[in-house]
Design a protein around this ligand. Structure first.
Ligand code: GUN
Length: 295
């Protein structure tokens, strides 16, 4: 069989980003509206710093108003809730994102649920989760990573996934569960698997679509994959290479093995990551338009 197609998330994200930039310019010209994104980061986790910097840079490249609030790791919950309340009221801000994970003394649910559902561009508010689960996404925000994965899957297989079997590995609120909801809404037959699943390789071998989001480097092997399947790798794992503390990023899927079996798969880096950021811009643009009553 021919080698699988490498799904170029970076190129697709650049295309989408160009379209968002054009629409943002049009909003400014026709309505005097500038989409605004506020990103809140707490503490100094290096990986989170990189993600937040990329989000800010992309927002600015799209012509958005972008503001970052960097708070110390020991910020009180009351101070953080006060900042979110201020941002909820700020009419220049259409989207609010609090970068996760949070330091242990902060209650993640209390924080994410304090963001107005109309500014919840992460799609973590229960209102938005509920709308997604009920397939009512007209005015809801869908979490960025699964939304980006879905676009790449539908590029390969078409919008309607009737008759396709999909396996999601991982049951997180950020990726696994919303991913399953999106696949189901597109008529796929969906299985969510996790650390307690029995014989995961056999379950995967039945899947036309595999979305791996577990955080274990190279876990999904070539012999787990049905010939011709579409494989989406959400993992970002830093692994040591060689001796002198050099490291590289790798996904949850053994890329070289999967390439020999799948019909298409995403690389790490350059697959899901860039798509996640551009979906955040898409959600922010949408939030701005909804706030201004523009269709
Ligand atoms: N940390 C890792 N992924 C995400 C995400 O999608 N949103 C937020 N807010 N934090 C994250």
């Amino acid at each position: 069989m021919a080698q699988a197609t490498r799904i170029d998330g970076k190129a697709k994200a650049a295309e989408l980003s160009a379209a968002i930039t054009a629409e943002s310019a049009k909003l400014l010209k026709e309505h005097g509206l500038i989409p605004g994104l506020a990103v809140v980061i707490i503490g100094d986790d290096p990986a989170s710093q990189v993600y937040v910097r990329n989000k800010k840079r992309t927002a600015e490249a799209c012509g958005f108003y972008s503001v970052q609030h960097s708070l110390p790791a020991d910020v009180t919950e009351a101070d953080l809730l006060q900042l979110i309340d201020d941002l909820n009221r700020d009419i220049a801000v259409h989207g609010i994102l609090v970068q996760l994970p949070l330091p242990g003394h902060l209650d993640e649910q209390r924080i994410t649920q304090s963001i107005s559902p109309t500014k919840d561009v992460d799609g973590f508010h229960y209102i938005n989760i509920g709308k997604l689960t009920a397939s009512k996404t007209d005015d809801a925000f869908v979490p960025c990573t699964p939304a980006g994965c879905m676009l790449m899957i539908q590029d390969q297989l078409g919008r309607d996934l009737s008759g396709k079997s999909a396996v999601v590995i991982g049951r997180s609120n950020i990726v696994g569960k919303p991913m399953a909801s999106l696949l189901l809404a597109a008529n796929a037959t969906v299985t969510i698997t996790h650390s307690r699943t029995k014989d995961l390789p056999a379950v995967c071998r039945g899947a036309d679509i595999v979305v791996a989001a577990v955080g274990r480097a190279n876990m999904v092997k070539g012999n787990w994959i049905k010939p011709g399947a579409v494989i989406i790798d959400v993992g970002i794992n830093r692994i040591e290479v060689g001796g002198d503390s050099k490291s590289k990023l790798t996904g949850d899927v053994d890329y070289d093995e999967a390439l020999q079996v799948a019909s298409a798969l995403t690389p790490v880096p350059g697959g899901v990551g860039p798509m996640t950021i551009v979906m955040l811009m898409s959600n922010t643009l949408r939030a701005a338009k909804l706030a201004a009553g523009i269709r």
